[in-house]
Design a protein around this ligand. Structure first.
Ligand code: ADP
Ligand code: MG
Length: 344
């Protein structure tokens, strides 16, 4: 310290800066799974297999049959701000992939031990790379099926502060399972499999039908409580399922929204859905839904938060109205079910 007790200002080492940045992207095992699965989806996979042990703290392994990574580009994929999905500032205005920040692999590798095995479609051989705390070893030729497998071990081994705040393995397992359900329903054309501690916990068929994915992810009871909805307002298309008014629930946990195939949280969409049910369900009860909202990529900003779980709509009212009217029209077409006074 200087004489007057004012602290010195210094730029952090890149190592510490990387750990801080990693903390924003990798909060818990489920965040690792999310980023790896989204990479698999962006790679055009038709099947994604996720294996976790001890809630992901023991091991996380995500395998896909997507396009693979060229061996010479493997180390680049783990650099910060390295991506194949974005080139220019203008591209930020029209993002059509789940990833675009080029941060995930670097962030995950910074706080764990990673092994990646990949073979590009049609390539003769594959390659592997190991990284420890973000430091890569050599790229080695390796036999591999087409596609990519990323294995993450010892998550947060070098960030004791984060490790200390991890919840019980069972809580982390539940978070991963919930996430996989959402991702599976967001892309019914992809088959998702989750293996937790050696046992299969989820397997969606990937037959392209949302109802098959809902059935496999959330079970028969919930699937049976649903009504199909479809509508459009301006450039906004709305499609999916909502619960019958009499099947409303005690919480909003069964409200699932996708915007351009991305699972997100949105107060606007929640409000639009619930407005559609106005006067139809009791106070303190909430509708459930699996609703997919599709609009031009230029009309939605996904670059709001590192975790990419919120979006901004350019024209909020158009989105609200499209969802509201789609839900309302569906419910009134069914005779609006039974009217329940709000005060009950
Ligand atoms: P982002 O997804 O934002 O581009 P990532 O750090 O998650 O950033 O990944 C960096 C790059 O590595 C991606 O842009 C992609 O080219 C490549 N990549 C990552 N995972 C896969 C995968 N499973 N299959 C094919 N390519 C991948
Ligand atoms: Mg990514």
């Amino acid at each position: 310290r200087k004489e007057n007790n004012m602290p010195h200002i210094q730029q952090l080492s890149s190592h510490v800066a990387d750990l801080i940045a990693a903390g924003e992207v990798v909060e818990r095992p489920a965040s690792v799974v999310k980023e790896l699965v989204e990479n698999a989806m962006d790679a055009g996979a038709t099947a994604v297999r996720v294996e976790i042990r001890r809630g992901g703290m023991g091991l996380i392994r995500v395998s896909d049959d997507g396009c693979g990574i060229a061996p010479v580009e493997l180390p680049t994929a783990f650099l910060r701000h390295a991506t194949s999905k974005l080139r220019s500032a203008e591209d930020l205005g029209s993002i059509g992939t789940l990833g675009f920040r080029g941060e995930a692999l670097a962030a995950i590798a910074a706080v764990s031990r990673v092994e990646i095995l990949t073979r590009p479609k049609g390539a003769q051989s594959g390659a592997s790379l190991h990284l420890e705390g973000g430091v890569p070893g050599p790229v080695e030729e390796a036999g591999a099926p087409e596609g990519t497998t990323v294995t993450v071990r010892d998550l947060f081994y070098n960030t004791p502060a984060r490790l200390k705040f991890m919840k019980k393995d069972s809580a982390e397992t539940a978070a991963v399972a919930g996430l996989l359900q959402h991702l599976a329903m967001s892309h019914p054309d992809i088959s998702f499999q989750l293996i937790k501690d050696g046992a299969e916990a989820l397997h969606t068929p990937g037959d392209g039908k949302l109802e098959s994915a809902i059935y496999a992810a959330l079970g028969r009871e919930f699937a049976r409580s649903l009504l199909a909805v479809e509508g459009r307002g301006g450039e906004v298309a709305v499609e999916g399922y909502v619960t019958m008014p009499l099947q409303s629930r005690g919480s909003r946990s069964m409200q699932v929204f996708f915007v351009n195939g991305r699972f997100i949280k949105s107060q606007l969409l929640t409000a639009a859905l619930e407005e559609g049910y106005r006067n139809q369900i009791m106070k303190g009860k909430f509708p459930g839904c699996v609703l997919s909202v599709t609009l031009p990529v230029t009309a939605v900003d996904v670059n709001v938060h590192p975790a990419k779980t919120t979006v901004k709509f350019a024209r909020e009212k158009e989105v609200f109205d499209a969802v509201y009217h789609t839900v309302l029209d569906c419910l009134s077409a069914r005779g609006g079910a039974v009217q329940v006074p709000r005060s009950v």
